[in-house]
Design a protein around this ligand. Structure first.
Ligand SMILES: [Fe+2]
Length: 241
């Protein structure tokens, strides 16, 4: 399976509105030409899809997603509004608990907490994720907020408040990789033995290692995954030209 993770599109209600000198619509479009050329079978979009969480933002963003002509599976981030987001699902865009594409299962973990920049995986969600991972497939999981420190203090203040609880549950489970968004920069490593990576944003890029969000001049990015028939996993980053 050829999979692309898109994250942190931060669409505003009005098209092409500049925020921090960035145009979310134009940046996404630059990214999508690269995504199209890569020919994914599926897309996962891991939150902060809208910046102001208006219906108009989701309507416009999902129309762009539909132009990719492959299924798109979404998760909510801290900026998202569940009601507004869900009102625009359908026609190839869903918010599933998991996606089976044998021999792979993609598990989607909800960390959204209404009105808060940080995230939390509820007790019920932890239970559900634990059950979803207990399957005969190879598993890759996705969540918006990083469960572990990423070395950028501003992002670490807004991570998962119970990241350790999630990691405790995932340890010793047959999970190949956990990927997140939210931090707008690349990160990869192991945390307590669990292999984790991030996807860059399609909106604005942050310089890693800063106490506050400082713009980086890298182009919009997305993460690609090649998930093989025998459990082989390769991943890397696509950048807009
Ligand atoms: Fe976020």
């Amino acid at each position: 399976m050829r999979l692309i993770q898109i994250s942190d599109c931060h669409f505003r209600a009005k098209a092409n509105e500049l925020r921090y000198g960035q145009n979310a619509d134009a940046n996404l479009e630059r990214m999508l030409s690269q995504v199209r050329a890569w020919r994914p079978d599926r897309i996962v979009a891991t939150g902060d899809l809208a910046d102001t969480a208006s219906v108009e933002a989701y309507e416009r963003l999902f129309e762009r997603f539909r132009s990719l002509a492959c299924p798109v599976h979404v998760l909510a981030g801290n900026h998202d509004d569940l009601g507004a987001m869900r009102s625009q699902l359908g026609q190839g865009i869903d918010q599933p608990l998991w996606i089976d594409h044998p021999p792979w299962r993609l598990v989607m973990i909800n960390s959204h907490v209404d009105g808060q920049p940080w995230g939390r995986v509820s007790r019920e969600e932890l239970k559900r994720v634990e059950q979803a991972i207990d399957c005969p497939h190879h598993v890759v999981a996705f969540v918006h907020h990083p469960p572990a420190p990423v070395g950028s203090p501003w992002a670490d203040r807004q991570g998962l408040t119970n990241g350790n609880e999630l990691v405790n549950m995932l340890l010793n489970k047959p999970i190949e990789l956990l990927s997140f968004g939210h931090i707008h920069h690349l990160w990869q490593g192991r945390y307590r033995g669990l292999k984790m990576v991030s996807a860059p944003a399609t909106f604005s890029q942050a310089k890693p290692g800063c106490t506050r969000f400082i713009d980086d001049d890298r182009p919009p990015g997305a993460r690609w995954f090649e998930l093989g028939e025998n459990g082989e996993l390769a991943s890397g980053v696509l950048r807009a030209l």
